[in-house]
Design a protein. Structure first.
Length: 94
């Protein structure tokens, strides 16, 4: 759990062992939730461990400048977190 606190959960690319494929394939989400919810359920319900691997990646400077401080992007991120909460519910997030 210590490593999980340092993971950027909203970073796009991810990988998992093929033995965990059923966990992801069982979820019927069609957007970014199809990545996030299986993560949470694998840890909470299957006692799986998640770790992070450092890669040499930076968002393009233009993208970062476009999103930082723009209320539109802040609102989008807030909506994503609210959707995640709604989909998982209090039981899985507590």
């Amino acid at each position: 759990a210590k490593d999980a606190k340092q993971i950027d959960w909203l970073f796009g690319p991810f990988a998992f062992r093929s033995s965990l494929a059923d966990t992801w394939l069982a979820y019927t989400g069609t957007s970014w939730d199809a990545q996030m919810i299986p993560y949470v359920r694998a840890v909470r319900n299957e006692n799986r461990r998640i770790s992070s691997v450092t890669i040499d990646f930076r968002h393009p400077k233009q993208m970062k400048e476009q999103e930082e401080g723009d209320p539109k992007w802040t609102n989008k991120r807030l909506q994503q977190l609210n959707i995640l909460f709604d989909l998982l519910g209090e039981h899985e997030l507590s």
